[in-house]
Design a protein around this ligand. Structure first.
Ligand code: NAD
Length: 316
């Protein structure tokens, strides 16, 4: 392996230290940020994520509530929970965990969110602001991708703004939560952006584009989709995918990304590992957005310096 492995855990630890200070600073004004998660059903990844977020929220001193509904819950019950959390003054930010069961429409739950508490920017108003380049909250996963890229580029002696403007940036995956907001952030940075999804793959176009990428962001949820032969020499590759794979011999489950790390590392300049890349930063960023939401609710305004580029709260 010759590529630099970008250490997301270290970046997350640095952010998390600042997060604790931000929570403490807010506590001086009498405000305690509150995060609520909504989980419907028994999805293992959703509950695993919920536990991680709960631990972090408690560690940094946020109020935390998880509303867990059974997998057979009616959409009306889920909507009632979102409405209740929207009216609860102790809750600053709400995260609706995926996947949801078929009878509960993701779009309906997102529409029921109070936009001020919509820390993942999934309500149509929030998504519109993001598309216009004026997000109230930058969704945690794409925010983490660009935080990681900005920091890696800076530490390797480059100007991130100039690098993006001179880069072909390819995003694989086009979900409303990860792929599309990552595209918006890449366009805001002036990169030359290409978006691919499963249809690009089926049409035989996917690898034509990935091999042109100077910066490659992969969020498809397909283990080992991208191999060494699918990337350009010197690519900076960010692996968002998290896939649970059962070892045929031991029966043990391990997590792998969408990128074949070993194979791609032979050609890449830098690559993010799974686990330990984007994931740990995402958890912290969710809490940062919760703090930002608590500040907005108090009318305090932006929680973080605008020079960071990623956090641009606006009131509409
Ligand atoms: P999703 O299922 O909602 O969307 C997947 C996208 O990938 C779709 O646009 C689909 O068309 C595309 N896709 C599927 N198969 C493809 C293929 N063969 N070739 C090209 N594109 C393909 O998933 P999501 O919520 O966007 O998550 C994607 C991955 O990222 C998952 O593995 C998820 O677990 C992971 N994830 C990680 C984090 C993190 O913090 N690291 C956060 C959220 C999601």
């Amino acid at each position: 392996m010759s590529a630099v492995l970008i250490d997301g855990r270290q970046y997350a630890a640095d952010l998390s230290a600042r997060l604790a200070d931000e929570v403490e600073e807010l506590a001086c004004t009498g405000e305690r940020p509150g995060l609520a998660t909504v989980v419907v059903g028994n999805s293992y990844p959703a509950h695993a994520y919920e536990r991680r977020v709960r631990r972090l929220a408690e560690r940094v001193g946020c109020h935390y509530v998880c509303e867990a509904l059974p997998g057979a819950a009616a959409e009306a019950d889920a909507l009632a929970v979102v409405g209740k959390l929207g009216a609860d003054p102790r809750i600053s930010g709400i995260l609706i965990l995926r996947p949801l069961p078929a009878q509960v429409s993701e779009a309906s739950l997102y529409r029921a969110l109070d936009p001020i508490k919509d820390i993942e920017s999934v309500h149509p108003i929030s998504a519109g602001l993001l598309a216009l380049g004026r997000p109230r909250y930058v969704p945690s996963t794409p925010a983490s991708v660009f935080h990681l890229l900005d920091r890696y580029l800076t530490e390797s002696g480059r100007d991130p703004a100039q690098t993006y403007r001179q880069s072909n940036l390819v995003v694989v995956g086009r979900s409303a939560n990860v792929g599309k907001p990552a595209l918006m952030l890449a366009m805001d940075r002036g990169a030359t952006v290409v978006s691919c999804d499963e249809h690009s793959h089926a049409a035989g176009l996917l690898f034509e584009h990935t091999t042109q990428a100077d910066i490659l962001i992969v969020a498809a949820g397909v283990a080992g989709l991208i191999r060494g032969k699918h990337v350009k020499q010197g690519v900076i590759a960010v692996d968002v995918g998290i896939n649970a794979i059962k070892d045929g011999d031991t029966g043990k489950v391990r997590l792998v990304g969408d990128i074949d790390t070993e194979d791609v590392a032979g050609r890449a300049e830098a690559i993010t590992p799974v686990p330990g890349g984007v994931g740990p930063i995402t958890d912290v960023w969710l809490l940062r957005n919760t703090v930002a939401a608590a500040r907005l609710a108090q009318g305090i305004g932006a929680a973080f310096p605008s020079t960071e580029g990623l956090q641009l709260p606006v009131i509409c």
